[in-house]
Design a protein around this ligand. Structure first.
Ligand code: SAH
Length: 210
């Protein structure tokens, strides 16, 4: 039930997220609200609020809570934005963004994960999420431009197709690299894109459609 684990979730937000410098009140409120334990297998629910990533099946993981909060804060969402997410995974990051943004358009390459995430998110009542199964490296051209793009699997290079789908004034956060990866924050202005390196991270790689 979403009413369970309220204390664990509050402790997570305080000790892992606020304590490490995430300040955006909307991000903190979303982390405090979204029932992370519902996005993992029942046998892992007791670990859902621990300071670590967890397996979600199909060789994939749900990111550590701090990384979810950090990446969401980096997008600077204020409300009303149209967001593209590449890598739905468990749907947890999707939910955190759907709490703040206007709409989240999320693409996942593994159908089983997409269907499972959709069932959980529908069950929680989110009505502002669109799902697609496919290769998210190409973005979602028919729905572009997006005010923000969240990539939750590592790209070998900065994905230009996704930069192209950013609105002017938009932001993208994306892990880039193979063995060593860094989060890049990309801002699109009238005169072009600025690319800023942020944290060192470790994500599963983006896979190519076969
Ligand atoms: N944000 C997720 C973390 C997902 S891990 C969460 O909160 O649970 C990364 C996800 O990206 C995996 O589910 C993986 O299957 C997916 N993925 C990998 N390559 C992809 C691609 N090319 N297009 C779309 N999704 C992809």
């Amino acid at each position: 039930m979403s009413g369970e684990y309220t204390r664990e979730r509050r402790l997570m937000t305080d000790s892992q997220i606020r304590a490490r410098g995430v300040r955006d009140p909307q991000v903190l409120a979303a982390m405090d609200k979204v029932p992370r334990h519902l996005f993992v297998h029942e046998s892992l629910q007791a670990h859902a609020y621990a300071d670590e990533p967890l397996p979600i099946g199909e060789g994939q993981t749900i990111s550590q809570p701090y990384i979810v909060a950090y990446m969401t804060e980096a997008l600077g969402l204020r409300g009303g934005e149209k967001v593209l997410e590449v890598g739905t995974g468990s749907g947890y990051q999707t939910a955190v963004m759907a709490e703040i943004a206007g709409e989240v358009w999320t693409v996942e390459i593994v159908e089983k994960l997409s269907l499972r995430a959709r069932a959980v998110l529908d069950g929680l009542g989110y009505a502002n999420i669109r799902f697609r199964v496919g290769d998210g490296s190409a973005g979602w051209p028919e729905a572009a431009p997006f005010d923000a793009v969240m990539v939750t699997a590592a790209a070998a290079r900065i994905p230009e197709a996704l930069e192209d789908q950013l609105a002017v004034g938009g932001r993208m956060i994306v892990p880039v690299g193979t063995d060593l990866q860094e989060l890049f924050l990309i801002r699109k202005g009238k005169k072009g894109v600025e690319r800023e390196r942020r944290l060192a991270v470790r994500f599963v790689p983006l896979v190519k459609a076969s």
